[in-house]
Each structure stands twice: as C-alpha cells, then as structure tokens.
Ligand binder design. Structure first.
Ligand code: BES
Ligand code: MN
Ligand code: ZN
Length: 513
C-alpha cells in the first residue's frame, strides 16, 4: 500500500479522481467555500449526518466530487482518539469492497493537530490489513493508494515519514505474531531477524548499520541462562536467543543504547502446568513481544534515524514432555539467583529474566521489556491499555507520553516491594509465582529483581497484542509506542533509576557478586 501526503483544501481534494473520498467532519463544523462543505452543512441540518465520532453518511457518484464514492464521517472533537475512530469506521467497509483501490482522506476540515496525519495513516493501514501467509488462495489487500490531504502539509512531512515506517513495523509484527506456531518457530523468528539486516549489508561506512547475532542452545548454556534453558527443555524445537543492533550513524556507535527485550514464546501450552483447551490456539500469539521488537527494527530500517538500539529476543516453545520442567524444580538464572518453579505456565518471566541480565553488558540508557505476560493484566486493563511498570519515574512518564502521542496507550501500575511477598520460597531465592491477586504486578516484581542495573520498564501486552473473536488477529502493538519512545529519546535526555530502597540495593550487590 502506497501513501502520499498532499497539501490542499477540501475543494481541491474533491477534484481528485479516486474510488472513494473520505471527509472527516468535526464539531464545531466550519464550512469551507466549496460544494462538499455545502453538502455537509445540508446533511447536518437535516440530521442525516452527525459529527459523533464514527457516524457515517455515504454517497454514490456525488455531483460535488470526482470520487466514485463520498464518505462523510463524524470526527467528534478531532482528538487523536476520535480521528482514529472516524477513519476506522469509514474504512472498514472499504476493506471488504473489491472496488476501492484508490482512497483519498481529507483532514482539511479539522483544526491542525499534531499527530492527526500519523493517526489517520495508522488507522487506515490497520483496518485494511489482511493476513494471507497460510491461505491456499490468498486474497491480499486491495487498497493500493491512499492520499492523505491536509491543509498546511509541509510541517507534516516528518510525521508522514514516521507513520510510513511505523506501519511497515506494525505490519511486520502482525505478520509474525499471526503466523501459527508451526510457521513461526524460534528458528524461523531468528531467520526473520536476520532477514531484516540484509538490506543493510552493502550500506556505506557512514550510513546506518544493522546487525543480528543468533545464539543457539550451546551458546545459551555457555552464558549460564539456566532459567531460559529450563523452559525450552520440554520441546524438540531448539531455542534461539536473538541479538539485534541498530546503529543509525557512526556518531552514535558508542552511545548508551536503549535495549528492547521481547518475550518470544512461540507457543505456550503451559508446560506440565497445562492450560485448559479452550482458546489455547491463541497462545501462538505468546511471541507478540518478540514480534513487536522485530517490528521496531523493521521500522528503524525504513526510517533510519540517528540512534542506537539493541533488541534481545529469547525465543522457545513451552511444552509438556518427558524432559519438561516440573513444578517444584529449582533452576539457576544467569544472574545467579535460584528460582523455584511453582507453575510452569509462568514461563515468560523465566525467559525474560535471563535476557534482562544479558542486557547489562550494553550499559543501557534504558531497558524496556515487552511481554504477553499475564492473564491478570487483561483483567486489570482490558484491551485498551498495556500495563506499564518501571523503576524510574522519568522513564515511566516518557513511555506514557510516547504512548499518548502514538495512540498506543499504556497505564502505569505499582511496584511496591510488599507485592513481592508472595514470591518468597522455602527452597530457592525466589518463586516464579505469587498468589492470584495482583498477578500482573507480582509478575513485574519478579522481573524487577533482575533489572537492578539500569532504568527499566516492563510493558505487559497480554490484553493489547491481539484481538480475539471474529476479528482474531495480532494488533502490532506496541510498535507505535516503542518507535515514538525511541525517536523522542534520541537527544540528550538521560534517565535515572529511582534510588533503590536498602532491600533493593542489597539484592543488586548479591546479584552482581
Ligand atoms: N502467556 C501467558 C499469559 C497470557 C494468558 C496472555 C492469557 C494472554 C492471555 C503466560 O505465560 C501465563 O500463562 N501466565 C499465567 C501466570 C500464572 C501461572 C501465574 C497466567 O496469566 O495465567
Ligand atoms: Mn504461560
Ligand atoms: Zn506465556
């Protein structure tokens, strides 16, 4: 799908020949001096059109425009959320139509808002996305060309470019998350990561660079990632630890990088603590964190910003088997901390903790892990906002702000030390589960023990990474949030982890020693 940004008023947009013209109509509606504006005013007066976000009035071959179809859509207060709703509603019919290949979206009636172009583009890409990889007769997306028509377009150029890169990243993440587990094994994910670096192979000395290193069972054993290895021991499918690095220009080569860590469980049966059968198929999405990290790297490869980013992906299956991890087993993590595995279904934290320890070697500016970690997070926040946890006020507010700007929302939850009470073990330094209450927080508290050496944030995307039901499919979240965060963070802002409490400090020393 090809996007184009044009600077023009509504009168000019109406002169563009296309299969459909979508016009966003906000409250208050300020008509321009053109015939479509007159039409809108009439429809509003007659009560046939409302400015409520998503309300539609469609016309066929209207005399007022060159388009075959004119879709007037309410855009509410023209907030980013309302713009998203409007576009989603106006374009969801377009997806099923075999007639609409060229689309024009006019934002000319909206007040100029930062993020409007970005939001509109992401919304149209999102509704028109179609998965085809494992269909025998693929029906690919029909939409070819989308023109975004805005007034005062020049300032929007950077936003437009970021949206293009973001969409490429989101679609890459969707593709890998949507693939069934037998088509996205750890090995295949690693190949996909390696594939991303190919376009950089011949880039000049001063140009951006991307590298990918893939570690297998032997290398991971050598590193002492006992926790990660324990999860993978129940399956024939070999684990992979993927290390991606993007260096946007020679000047950032030795800058402290932001490190992204993605949970890459390609299928989560629960292991010996087996999950119930209902909806277990959705556990193919348990590598959505990993897919989002790959998606961010895809976006970086398109946008080529002058920043340094490291991506770490521990990936394996969580299966029951003759050699599988058993409840009660005690394993030793790379940090040296021993873990009593009370529930083999709490496997995400077991693979992430070793990746968090590995991240220390990059002396990161910040580490953000992304994981479909807990069903409890879905209960807390539903499908709208991802759960955010952080040991740094600065980092937490940066990430929240990035999510707001990119319309990829998150909400911060607490990390009080008392929440870790339930993780006490009689047989190891820590247990991998607490009680049922506050499950998203106890999971984050588990990770917190391993993220002592840098400002750290954890995004629990269990509720936001995919949709269930008739529209079952990956969302590509939180690629928009992460990309926005990385781009905002490229300048001189430095994060400081909040002062550790004495208990935390002691643990940090122990973990190091
Ligand atoms: N991948 C799941 C979390 C999950 C469950 C995400 C449902 C989305 C929907 C994770 O590995 C898991 O199984 N977590 C357990 C933890 C529990 C055993 C403490 C959970 O949430 O039930
Ligand atoms: Mn699990
Ligand atoms: Zn899982």
């Amino acid at each position: 799908m090809n996007f184009e940004l044009l600077s023009m008023d509504l009168a000019a947009a109406a002169q563009l020949p296309c299969d459909a013209l979508v016009v966003l109509v906000p409250t208050p509606f300020k008509p321009q001096a053109d015939e479509v504006s007159v039409l809108i005013q009439d429809a509003l007066d007659a009560g046939d059109l409302e400015t409520k976000p998503g309300k539609i009035l469609s016309l066929y071959r209207p005399l007022q425009a060159q388009a075959d179809r004119l879709i007037l859509v309410g855009a509410g207060t023209a907030s980013l959320a309302h713009i998203r709703t409007a576009i989603t509603s106006a374009c969801s019919g377009v997806k099923s139509s075999s007639k609409v290949k060229n689309l024009v979206i006019s934002l000319a009636l909206l007040p100029e808002t930062k993020g409007a172009v970005f939001t509109a583009m992401n919304a149209v890409a999102d509704v028109s996305y179609t998965y085809t990889t494992t269909k025998s007769k693929p029906e690919p997306r029909l939409l070819r060309q989308v023109v975004v028509a805005v007034q005062g377009g020049k300032e929007m150029a950077a936003e437009f470019k970021q949206a293009q890169a973001c969409i490429a990243g989101v679609e890459f993440a969707k593709e890998w998350a949507n693939r069934p587990a037998n088509h996205s094994t750890p090995t295949q994910l690693a190949d996909a990561a390696q594939g991303l670096t190919n376009s950089f192979k011949n880039s000049s000395k001063t140009g951006p660079k991307m590298s990918c290193e893939v570690l297998g069972p032997k290398e991971v054993a050598k590193l002492g990632m006992g926790s990660f290895m324990a999860v993978a021991q129940g399956t024939q499918e070999p684990l992979r630890f993927i290390v991606l690095e993007y260096i946007g220009s020679p000047s950032v080569k030795s800058a402290a990088p932001n490190v992204l860590v993605g949970k890459g469980i390609t299928f989560d049966t629960g292991g010996i603590s087996l999950k119930p059968a209902a909806e277990m198929d959705e556990m193919k999405f348990d590598m959505s964190g990993a897919a989002s990290v790959l998606g961010v790297f895809k976006a970086l490869s398109v946008l080529k910003p002058h920043i340094r980013v490291v991506g770490l992906i521990p990936t394996c299956e969580n299966m029951p088997g003759g050699r599988a991890l058993k409840p009660g087993d005690v394993i030793t993590s790379m940090s040296g901390q021993t873990i009593e595995v009370l529930n083999t279904d709490a496997e995400g934290r077991l693979i992430l903790c070793d990746a968090l320890t590995y991240a220390e070697r990059f002396k990161p500016r910040a580490v953000v892990d992304v994981a479909t970690l807990t069903g409890a997070c879905v209960i807390s926040l539903g499908n709208l906002r991802s759960g955010l946890f952080s040991n740094s006020e600065d980092l937490a507010s940066q990430i929240t702000a990035a999510g707001d700007a990119a319309q990829d929302l998150c909400w911060r939850l607490p990390l009080d030390d008392d929440y870790a009470e339930g993780l006490k073990s009689n047989f190891a330094d820590v247990a991998n589960v607490g009680g049922r209450a506050g499950g998203a927080i106890t999971a984050a508290k588990f990770l917190h023990r391993f993220a002592t050496q840098y400002p750290w944030a954890h995004l629990d995307i269990a509720g936001t990474a995919w949709k269930s039901g008739a529209n079952k499919g990956a969302t590509g979240r939180p690629v928009p949030l992460l990309l926005e965060f990385l781009l905002r963070n490229q300048s001189a802002i430095t994060f400081t982890a909040d002062k550790p409490t004495p208990a935390k400090a002691k643990r940090a020393v122990k973990a190091k020693g």
